[in-house]
Design a protein around this ligand. Structure first.
Ligand code: XUL
Ligand code: MN
Length: 350
């Protein structure tokens, strides 16, 4: 693969090389140690790695802060040795018994305290890894039945939690990654609009932004490139999770562009045309290989998502704007549709 020397820096997370377990069957591939995944990132020309807090320090809750710091420094060294950086750290607020009924919005104050402490630990880990970015995927902040929680109170609880973190570390930035459902039936911060609105309610909106994930926008019935455009208009698009999703199913995290190349094109286009990446924002992936994939090909979904992004970048650069502008002026959108499809299919437009 030829080296790419453009403006974009790519990232993925260790969970993107998974063992293939699903709710109906066990793992089908051997686990790969973190050190190997980090080496693979380098080999595939990724420059940053995304982390959950316990990707860095497994079994976090059973360890002392000095043990956690020691293990985080080891991971920092692994990154340094490969010339890589950490993009962000995300607290895993959906796995422990304390988070069964939510993290910051749990009905039990003891459990809410757990979530706050756990997030502070994730912030400490981020500091050791040398990143300011904390991603909050609010996985269990929502309900299975409407009467179990009050939406208004939940929103304020999440705001207060974010304020606590902004005060705990005046350097960090919070990136909210919304998703409308799964695991909960109904998530409280379900779309980018909700996340941006919430950011303005915090004590320092300049340090609270968003991460748009393709699949999450589609699950909300929205267009991911529109969600990106919306966040860009607020100067709050600080990361993305590119992948693909075939409509309203479980969260598929397919290889970027594999379902809908045109939708992928429009995401690349909005990023490229409105300054994304120029301030160091990453082209982050959140892709899962198919369960059927053999272990020997466990890198392909990553490499090919990146390759497709770069291919679509070329498609953005070579789109004939004069024709597009003329068709828009003439309000001939059937023709515009054909023009775009010819361009994507590599067919001469005439
Ligand atoms: C869940 C999801 C997470 C976050 C990181 O759907 O996308 O992997 O990206 O916590
Ligand atoms: Mn994601």
């Amino acid at each position: 693969m030829a080296a790419y020397k453009g403006q974009y820096r790519f990232s993925f997370g260790p969970w993107n090389i998974s063992e293939g377990a699903d709710p109906f069957g066990p793992p089908v591939r051997q686990p790969i140690p973190l050190a190997k995944k980090i080496k693979l990132a380098r080999k595939l020309q990724f420059e940053l790695v995304q982390f959950h807090d316990d990707d860095v320090v497994p079994d976090l809750d059973s360890k002392s802060s000095s043990q956690i710091a020691k293990e985080a420094r080891k991971v920092k060294k692994m990154l340094n040795d490969e010339g890589l950086e950490a993009e962000f750290v995300a607290p895993r607020l959906w796995f422990a018994p304390e988070t069964i009924d939510g993290a910051y919005t749990n009905n039990d104050p003891k459990c809410r305290r757990y979530a706050i402490t756990r997030t502070k630990t994730a912030i400490d880990i981020a500091n050791i890894l040398g990143t300011r970015k904390i991603v909050l995927w609010l996985a269990r902040e929502g309900t299975y039945i409407r009467e179990s929680k009050i939406a208004r109170i939940q929103v304020l609880q999440i705001r207060d939690a974010i304020n606590t973190f902004l005060e705990y570390d005046p350097n960090i930035c919070i990136l909210i990654e919304p998703k409308p459902n799964e695991p909960v039936d109904s998530a409280i911060i379900s779309t980018i609009g909700h996340a941006v609105g919430l950011s303005y309610m915090t004590a320092d909106p300049s340090r609270v932004g968003v991460l748009v994930e393709t699949a999450h926008s589609i699950l909300a019935g929205l267009d991911p490139s529109d969600d990106m455009g919306y966040a860009l208009a607020h100067n709050k698009l600080w990361s993305v999770h590119l992948n693909d999703q075939g409509g309203l199913k479980f969260d598929q995290d397919k290889t970027f562009g594999s379902y809908n190349l045109r939708r992928a094109f429009n995401q690349v286009r909005v990023l490229e045309e409105y300054g994304y990446g120029r301030k160091g924002e990453c082209v982050g992936l959140d892709v899962q290989m198919m369960r059927t994939q053999k272990a020997s090909g466990n890198w392909k979904h990553l490499a090919y998502s990146r390759e497709r992004f770069l291919f679509l970048l070329e498609k953005v650069a070579t789109l004939d704007r004069k024709i597009e502008e003329q068709l828009i002026r003439e309000r001939d959108y059937e023709e515009l549709d054909r023009f775009i499809l010819c361009h994507l299919m590599g067919k001469k437009y005439e």
